[in-house]
Design a protein. Structure first.
Length: 506
């Protein structure tokens, strides 16, 4: 295995919102899109009922998202148009005057800037680079060890950065050339990087789970903790798959008599030194989880304590490299990202108000129940729906469009909202990698066009899709296990409730 002590993962930007990374529509797409928006407008003002008008508004939202209109605007504008068409100017003015406050004033959202600030600080401190280097060295002795290390690093990095896309971009530039240099098959290298970020938005601190908790009105503490076990298990599942691949077909991971890769021996001293470089990360996790489990902190207080710990660590790590400038940069980035997220949440609040006025959510519940689906059938339909939606939207957009509509159905189907939050985040992340239009697939393919990444090998889009055909069945199998064994999601929040004496819900 070839090691470089200056492995540079670069800056991992926030994926919330991710509108800037979407492909901009061409002229023909714009003309067709605006024509469809006009049709939706006519439909809203001529609908025979509120429910039909609501469906036209939802259609308009989807069209605007296809046109790469920012998510917040795509949610807010059709909602306001629908409210105006159904209830007139007074109701529209009421929403404009109250939705901005009610949309972002939930106590559970107060932890968001803390988590974002923590992730920004860890990036500025260089912790992200050290985490990848440490996992790389500790797993290098295993068959498929670099891939296993990449999977572990991806889970950790995307959880603290809140950015699956940003993490995939950074990890792809660092991990793919490392694996190719070690003789990995290019499809294994590409597939490992694409799925490495899947667990990240489940493992706390997860920005998406906090947002879901606010939308679904569930306690943020238990919701955050609910993602920990599934997130860790799916990372272990992918690591086990890569290990088995290395044992069954060693040539695919640069081993065996025909291996052509180059590797450097890593001593135990190297491994322990790499742990010394990331001592701050387990300290932050100890503050976060230890504070919640002991009952010393509520989840929001634990987020603030973890962010403060990250601040002190950043000042220490960068003490010789403009520490206050890096902290200032992290603070400004946090304000920008938090404002963008809150703008999106205001749009989601307006959508919720529209659904209440139109009665669309209860109608959709009756429609779904009319099919006679049981809990498993309902969830399998959602799997298909999210995989299709993931071809066009990021996870947050899918959540904001569907969760307000689906919440009444969850109660009728006896689906735990706590469990569903974890399920829907994983499903949204899975939808983003699914061919033929999975967003992450094209991001990684674009990364592989760089000579510094592909090391002279031609990585085609077909190679990317073939790699996913190896890894996707593993993810789908894990989804099936989640549906069959919901206890994997629910037992840790229950334990937290018992040990913290009820403070975990705050």
């Amino acid at each position: 295995m070839s090691h470089t002590t200056d492995t540079n993962l670069g800056t991992i930007p926030s994926v919330l919102p991710s509108d800037s990374r979407r492909k901009k529509p061409g002229l023909i797409s714009l003309i067709v899109g605006f024509a469809l928006v006009a049709v939706c407008l006519v439909g809203v003002f001529t609908s025979p009922s509120g429910a039909v008008a609501g469906m036209w508004c939802i259609a308009m939202m989807i069209v605007l998202m296809f046109l790469s209109v920012p998510v917040a605007i795509a949610l807010a504008v059709p909602s306001l148009i629908g409210v105006y068409a159904l209830s007139g100017i007074p109701a529209t003015i009421n929403i404009l005057s109250t939705a901005p406050f009610h949309g972002v004033s939930k106590w559970s959202y107060s932890v968001l800037p803390m988590f974002i600030f923590m992730g920004m600080l860890l990036t500025q401190s260089g912790m992200t680079t050290r985490i990848y280097r440490a996992t790389d060295r500790w797993f290098s002795w295993l068959p498929g060890g670099i891939g296993i290390g990449t999977t572990a690093a991806g889970a950790g990095l995307s959880s603290v950065s809140g950015s699956t896309i940003g993490m995939t971009y950074a990890l792809g530039r660092a991990g793919i050339p490392e694996m190719l240099r070690a003789g990995y098959d290019k499809r294994v290298a590409v597939g490992t990087v694409i799925v490495a970020g899947l667990p990240g938005n489940l493992i706390p601190p997860s920005i998406l789970l906090v947002i879901y908790a606010g939308i679904a009105s569930v306690p943020v503490g238990p919701q955050l903790v609910a993602g920990a076990v599934p997130g860790i298990l799916i990372a272990l599942t992918f690591a086990l798959f890569i290990l088995i691949l290395g044992l069954v077909a060693p040539k695919l991971v640069g081993r065996g008599p025909d291996a052509t890769g180059t590797r450097e021996n890593v001593t135990w001293g190297d491994r322990f030194r790499s742990l010394g470089e990331i001592w701050g990360f387990p300290v932050i996790m100890a503050v976060l989880f230890g504070g919640m489990f002991s009952g010393i902190f509520t989840p929001t207080e634990a987020g603030a304590a973890a962010a403060f710990t990250a601040l002190l660590l950043t000042l220490w790590y960068t003490r010789k490299d403009k520490p206050f400038q890096k902290v200032t940069h992290a603070a400004f980035s946090t304000v920008s990202a938090t404002a963008a997220i809150f703008f999106i949440m205001i749009g989601a609040e307006m959508l919720t108000r529209l659904l209440a006025i139109t009665g669309l959510a209860p109608m959709m519940t009756d429609f779904i129940l009319g099919f006679g689906l049981n809990r498993i059938g309902f969830l399998l339909v959602l799997v298909v729906l999210y995989i299709v939606m993931g071809m066009f939207f990021d996870t947050l957009s899918m959540m904001l469009l569907t969760i307000p509509i689906l919440l009444p159905t969850l109660e009728a189907m006896e689906v735990s909202p706590l469990w569903f939050g974890v399920f829907v985040v994983l499903l949204g992340e899975l939808g983003m990698i699914t061919p033929p239009v999975g967003l992450l697939s094209y991001i990684v393919h674009n990364i592989c066009k760089s000579p510094e990444v592909n090391l002279g090998q031609n990585v085609t889009l077909k190679d990317v899709f073939v790699s996913l055909s190896w890894f996707l069945p593993v993810a789908i199998l894990f989804l099936g296990i989640m549906i069959a064994v919901p206890q994997m999601t629910e037992w840790l929040p229950a334990l937290l409730e018992r040990t913290s004496g009820g403070t975990a819900t705050q």
